[in-house]
Design a protein around this ligand. Structure first.
Ligand code: MN
Length: 251
């Protein structure tokens, strides 16, 4: 049996107890991993750890759930932008705990999208909890698809919302957790095959009683294969080929 190379396009490697070991494991296990950050202060260390690796890339983020507290760090985010090809975690969260900061989140996200559009060539991993319409509205207004690529992470919209996102040029990174919901499973099954990647969102998802780690992206592949009526092998090849297309497109 040949080992399958996996893709974890959204993982918080800096939130595991041993940050350096989390990077090393991606290398050993050959998991192509996007190490997202939640504030730009975390960028230098993640970038330093990612730079010598084959499989890990670091993303420059400012998480919508932290905007209420760290909005001022958008200046630091601007400073690091020229160094970063991958951007995230960014986006909007209109869930009950973060709803009050939604106006500030929108201002920050719009700023980020405009900066990415000006720079060109960025690849973004975007959070859209209870905020799919405003996320898609801001993408449509501020980041033309030829100026950057957007991957919607843990997208839980309807099939109609997914179609709108596809028409805007968006991609989707799906994790095993999403398949627990029947409606989400059906939406995922209907996504275009050439827009799908896998993720874990570790350590925020669990496998049994431990936090998920990048190699657990294998579970998302299994769920994808069964939801879409195909084999894990075909899904695995598709996701690897999609990753290549995504990252070559804006080289
Ligand atoms: Mn996340």
């Amino acid at each position: 049996m040949t080992a399958r190379r996996l893709v974890d396009f959204h993982c918080h490697l800096d939130l595991y107890p041993d940050h350096a070991e989390a990077f090393a494991a991606c290398e050993r296990e050959e998991v192509f991993t996007l190490a997202v950050t939640t504030t730009p202060r975390a960028w230098p260390r993640n970038q330093t750890l990612a730079a010598p690796t084959t499989h890990v890339r670091a993303a420059l983020g400012l998480h919508p759930q932290l905007v209420a507290q760290y909005q001022h760090e958008v200046e630091l985010w601007d400073q690091y932008l020229p160094q970063a090809r991958y951007i995230g975690e960014v986006g909007l969260d209109a869930g009950p705990k973060y709803f009050r900061s939604l106006p500030a989140q929108k201002a920050v996200f719009e700023h980020i999208l405009r900066a990415c559009a000006r720079a060109g060539g960025k690849i973004l991993t975007v959070h859209s909890v209870r905020a799919i319409t405003p996320v898609l509205d801001l993408l449509e207004a501020h980041l033309p698809s030829q100026r950057g690529r957007v991957v919607l992470h843990w997208f839980t919209g309807t099939r109609a919302e997914a179609r709108r996102a596809v028409d805007l040029g968006c991609w989707f990174s799906v994790n095993a957790e999403m398949f627990r919901n029947d409606r989400h499973q059906k939406m995922i099954a209907a996504l275009p095959a050439d827009r799908i990647l896998t993720e874990t969102d570790g350590p925020f998802t669990a496998v049994g009683d431990r936090p998920a780690r990048p190699a657990d992206a294998a579970l998302a592949l299994q769920h994808l294969a069964s939801a879409r009526g195909t084999t894990v092998d075909i899904m695995s090849k598709m996701v690897l080929s999609n990753l290549r297309t995504l990252t070559d497109a804006v080289e």
